[in-house]
Design a protein around this ligand. Structure first.
Ligand SMILES: Cc1cn([C@H]2C[C@H](O)[C@@H](COP(=O)(O)OP(=O)(O)OP(=O)(O)O)O2)c(=O)[nH]c1=O
Length: 200
């Protein structure tokens, strides 16, 4: 096992899911939440949105580090749900959560997550993304109201959490599960390798 402990990750995120996922890699990390602007033009393609926002989150933290953290790789990430070309971010209320669920139920959608890694020593950057196809079963009005009321989906893109009670809404996925939860770990480990940081 070639676990290079001389470098560590700075996760530019306030997401508890991303913290838990990265903790599972058993490599040293710390959290510095990013306050990057998350607005993008309406006509951007999903992959452009998630790669740009992941990059902005990582850059904002990278630039805030004084002195520079040459031992660190700064990681930013962004997740959106896309239904027939329409981008669904995080709902701002239970009403908006219910409306997103009404749109998603009985259909297949895509979850895009962008990941951006910056070498704290050189500023070299790698950015990539993954897409996972998710099928949501048909939901009754009662189920939609109950799930929205649970509040679980409020801070999640598309208003559901596949890792929670939302698992009961999903019948099938194609692609990386961890991509849906907000951090595609196989992609991240491949990207870290390019910075000579080995998870395994
Ligand atoms: C679809 C889906 C999304 N999500 C989450 C992942 C992301 O945390 C969130 C999308 O919001 P993001 O803006 O990607 O991330 P965030 O605001 O939670 O955290 P930060 O910007 O500080 O890194 O939705 C789930 O946890 N489960 C799911 O099933």
């Amino acid at each position: 096992m070639e676990n290079n402990q001389s470098r560590q990750i700075i996760l530019a995120s306030s997401s508890p899911r991303r913290r838990e996922l990265i903790a599972g890699l058993h490599i040293p990390f710390e959290i510095i939440p990013s306050h990057a602007d998350e607005t993008t033009p309406e006509d951007w393609a999903p992959e452009r949105i998630v790669t740009e926002l992941a990059h902005r989150k990582a850059v904002a933290v990278y630039q805030s580090l004084t002195p520079a953290r040459t031992d660190s790789i700064i990681v930013g990430s962004d997740t959106i749900v896309v239904l027939n070309g329409r981008v669904l971010g995080k709902p701002s209320s239970k009403e908006e959560a219910a409306s997103m669920l009404r749109a998603l139920q009985g259909q297949s959608h895509q979850v895009f997550t962008g990941v951006s890694c910056i070498d704290g020593a050189t500023g070299d950057t790698l950015t990539d993304y993954r897409v996972t196809k998710v099928m949501m079963r048909a939901l009754s009005k009662v189920e939609i109201a109950a799930y929205a009321e649970s509040g679980e989906g409020l801070d999640k893109a598309g208003a559901y959490a596949i890792q929670g009670l939302g698992a009961t809404l999903v019948t099938e996925i194609q692609g990386c599960y961890f991509n849906v939860v907000g951090l595609p770990l196989s992609l991240l480990s491949e990207m870290l390798k390019k910075f000579d940081m080995y998870v395994l």
